[in-house]
Design a protein around this ligand. Structure first.
Ligand code: 8YV
Length: 328
């Protein structure tokens, strides 16, 4: 008699994923999809941790010590959909014997494009101008209408110099002839920075003082929470713009609102927020602020690639091989 096939691992997918990713997951695993795409509640996450071998979560799932304290815990891996995993308490996960993986590299270019788009939008007043046309206020061309700020040739300050920052540096330096300065406590080798035309600064404060555009590219950790606060915003030029495609809690949003109101900086372009999906109401009223709904990796191509990368991590794990993108 042939042995019965080993039962397939059960995987709970917490949000709706692109079709090709869901198909792939369903072919390989006993997959539970989130058909109506509702954000999971804490009890739902706990239920999944109790009832499945793996979770494929996203940034909208807060997986803290509390969620991870379930008994009995069945899940053995959290295959995160996304490179950032600050929504997962990885120490608590590790303590409970869970493996955590992420999806680096595949979203680098699209997120860098998003940062450049935000820089151009805020400098050239694109959001404000679009609202102007759509609300039928445009009365025609005139030499002094909606003048913005030139991007080409200006100085871009990068906070963090990982993969996404380096892709932004290339675009800014090669595409816009910008001078690129950066600070990272773990900087890339000098030869690599030189290749990108990027100059390392001795401190974050030096970057903030020099830059016409400050773009944030550090991970969200306890150390980087409110890294950009009242004091750091005060170091920026009154003509400078802040761009954030990293994580909302790197910026003290209340301090940012105050700096914008008092015109201590020229504007801000944000893709991420401290309390997503809530946005500090004052920001919604400011014309010199561009607000996007966490779109960094939001292209068809990248979201499929992220899903397949999470799938590959699960596949490796359940076949007994080390997953490529293990973070703990
Ligand atoms: C994702 C992101 O869309 O990968 C990240 O860290 O911020 C985004 O690109 C999101 O995290 C998906 O969970």
């Amino acid at each position: 008699m042939r042995p019965a096939p080993a039962s397939r691992p059960t995987v709970v997918v917490t949000r709706k994923l692109p079709g090709p990713v869901e198909d792939r997951l369903e072919r390989e695993f006993a997959t539970r999809l989130n058909r109506d795409d509702h954000p999971f509640t804490a009890p739902e996450l706990q239920e999944a941790l109790r009832g499945a071998d793996a979770l494929l979560p996203t940034v909208t799932d807060r997986i803290t010590t509390e969620e991870l304290s379930v008994e009995p815990l069945r899940a053995r891996i959290l295959a995160n959909f996304g490179v950032g995993y600050n929504h997962i308490d990885v120490h608590a996960a590790k303590a409970r014997g869970l493996v955590v993986t992420n999806t680096p590299e595949v979203l680098t270019d699209d997120t860098a494009d998003d940062a450049v788009m935000l820089m151009l939008m805020v400098a050239r007043r694109a959001g404000e101008a679009e609202r102007h046309v759509r609300s039928r206020q445009w009365t025609g061309w005139r030499p002094t209408h909606m003048l913005g700020t030139r991007v080409s040739g200006k100085t871009l300050g990068l906070v963090g110099m990982g993969r996404i920052a380096r892709a932004v540096a290339t675009r800014a330096h090669c595409g816009f002839g910008m001078r690129v300065v950066f600070h990272d406590p773990y900087p890339p080798p000098p030869a690599l920075a030189a290749e990108l035309g990027a100059e390392q600064q001795s401190s974050l404060d030096a970057v903030l003082r020099e830059a016409d555009f400050v773009s944030l590219h550090c991970p969200a950790t306890p150390e980087t929470r409110h890294l950009i606060d009242t004091e750091r915003l005060a170091l920026m030029k009154p003509t400078a713009f802040l761009i954030n495609t990293a994580r909302g809690d790197i910026v003290d949003e209340a301090a940012l609102v105050a700096a914008l109101k008092e015109q201590r900086i020229a504007g801000a372009a944000l893709d991420v927020y401290e309390r997503e999906p809530q946005v500090t109401p004052d920001l919604l009223t400011m014309e010199n602020v561009v607000l996007l709904p966490h779109l960094g990796s939001a292209t068809q191509e990248t979201r499929v690639a992220m899903g397949l990368r999470a799938f590959e991590n699960l596949q490796a794990f359940f076949s007994g091989a080390p997953p490529r993108d293990r973070v703990v």
